[in-house]
Ligand binder design. Structure first.
Ligand code: MLT
Ligand code: ZN
Length: 482
């Protein structure tokens, strides 16, 4: 192992002395995760400014057997972007690679460096009357490289897909420093394995994404937004079905919100009034968007709500009368995540099941969790239209967060994950695996899947230096087909 001095000298020679952070105060924001749960150590945080520098840094670390953690905006909810506490792992931050290189409005693509924040990418697209459609709450801090590495999803996947669907080309520095460059903006390319997709969702375990070509779409000219009280999760699913029939492609978001989830946000704002009178067990936030006239969309929204009222699925609704209203509705939805953080003691299960089973899953899993501890608050919210909800039982108001988590975290996570698995679902729909869920993969992936994942990992990173200890559970001892 190199001494810290030798390491810093070698890396500074590549990135310049202002590209290396070494004091505890300077490295602190890079070694602790967003939720403050994973606290690691690093001898140096290195911030290359070009792909060439990333390549040299990685080649040097590879040659000297030094583990690396690639880092974007450090907004992972799974501890995926911070080092462990061994103090041996170099953090490679992409934050200085923050240029939008090109916006092609004929090809409808944008070429960016990996350290561009999502909000900067969206703004650059907007400046050219295009939309880059990924929409997540952390857009001001998260970066495109991290969005790709975690296959980020968010609130517009229903319409536009996740990062996997939004990428056309990638540039990646491989674990030995070679550069795999395919910054092509092609919608059709049938020339063999689609290698770029290997790196999407790989959480930096196979290499470091340094650049990308992303798909753009026309900016919608009008939107209609409604905050709707629904009778049950099942009623919500039926309403979504009708919304799609009545408005076609226009349904952009369909977000479920349980009463305890809304309570947290309102409590955080000093018990602010809700958007609807009375307390409703379930609500959905619906957004329609189109390139057509606003009147058509407003009429479609009214038709959807009338259909819901007529069928007894909808109890009440507030329709946004202005952009400011719509923003207010969205703010409530987007604040749920942080409001849980302030409350403390939430067991986060980011799950998906087929849409046809989501209502029964929510009912079954809620009953099973409440049978363990009837006072838990069922904070359930998220992207129901994608079959993805954040199913996050929260400590009873009177219980201490630490004691609650110590008693229930594993038991509740395993119970929920078992039910998800039984419904043919996923134990991590959009947040990834990181350090938090890697042991759970052992329980739910088949032997063949685990072995193939390891075979890919060994082929690209035989020294296991790229984000070690993340995503993959411990190496299996069995061998398939060899
Ligand atoms: C969300 O949908 O708000 C995000 O995935 C974040 C979260 O679940 O905490
Ligand atoms: Zn989400």
């Amino acid at each position: 192992m190199e001494t810290q001095t030798a390491l810093v000298q070698a890396l500074s020679a590549i990135v310049g002395s202002n590209g290396c952070l070494i004091t505890d105060a300077d490295t602190a924001p890079f070694v602790t995760d967003y939720r403050g749960i994973y606290r690691g150590k690093s001898p140096v945080v290195v911030m290359p400014a070009t792909t060439g520098q990333v390549s040299q840094v990685v080649a040097w670390c590879h040659g000297h057997g030094i583990p690396m953690v690639p880092q974007g905006g450090n907004t992972s909810l799974m501890g995926g972007a911070v080092p462990d506490d061994s103090g041996t792992t170099v953090v490679i931050s992409l934050r200085r690679m923050n240029r939008v290189l090109a916006v092609d409005t004929v090809n409808d693509t944008m070429t960016v460096e990996a350290g561009v924040t999502l909000s900067a990418a969206r703004a650059a697209a907007e400046g050219r009357k295009r939309l880059f459609p990924l929409r997540i709450g952390s857009e001001g801090s998260c970066q495109i490289g991290g969005n790709l590495s975690t296959n980020a999803g968010g609130t517009a996947v229903l319409r536009y897909g996740s990062m996997r669907d939004l990428v056309l080309g990638l540039e990646v520095v491989l674990p030995d420093g070679r550069v795999l460059s395919s910054l092509k903006g092609l919608r059709k390319d049938n020339t063999g394995y689609d290698l770029k997709q290997l790196f999407v969702g790989a959480e930096g375990t196979l290499g470091i994404i340094t650049g990308a070509v992303l798909k753009l779409v026309p900016q919608p000219r009008s939107t209609a937004t409604a905050f709707v009280a629904v009778a049950s999760p099942d009623a919500a699913v039926r309403l979504l079905g009708e919304a799609r029939t009545l408005s076609g492609q226009a349904v952009t978001a369909f977000e479920l919100i349980s009463a305890p989830a809304l309570d947290l946000v309102l409590a955080h704002h000093g018990n602010a009034p809700s958007l609807l009178p009375g307390r409703h067990d379930w609500m959905v936030l619906i957004e329609l968007a189109s390139a057509g006239e606003a009147e058509h969309l407003d009429a479609a929204m009214m038709e959807i709500l009338e259909c819901g009222l007529g069928n007894g699925w909808v109890a009440d609704a507030a329709v946004a009368a202005s952009l400011a209203d719509a923003q207010r509705f969205w703010r409530i939805r987007e604040e749920i995540s942080d409001a849980q953080g302030y409350a403390g003691g939430s067991i986060k299960c980011d799950i998906s099941v087929p849409l046809s089973r989501i209502a029964q899953f929510i009912n079954k899993a809620s009953a099973a969790v409440l049978a363990l501890e009837p006072a838990m608050r069922m904070v359930i919210y998220g992207h129901m239209g994608d079959g993805n909800v954040h199913f996050n039982p929260l400590r009873p108001a009177c219980r201490d967060a630490g004691a609650f988590l110590a008693r229930w975290h594993m038991a509740v996570s395993n119970l929920v994950d078992d039910l998800v698995h039984a419904e043919n679902g996923s134990i991590s729909a959009e947040h990834g695996i990181g350090a938090a869920k890697r042991d759970s993969l052992d329980r739910y992936k088949s032997q063949e899947e685990l072995e193939l994942m390891w075979q890919v990992k060994r082929a690209l990173d035989p020294k296991n230096l790229m984000n070690p200890g993340k995503l993959l559970p411990s190496e299996p001892t069995f061998v398939v087909g060899v």
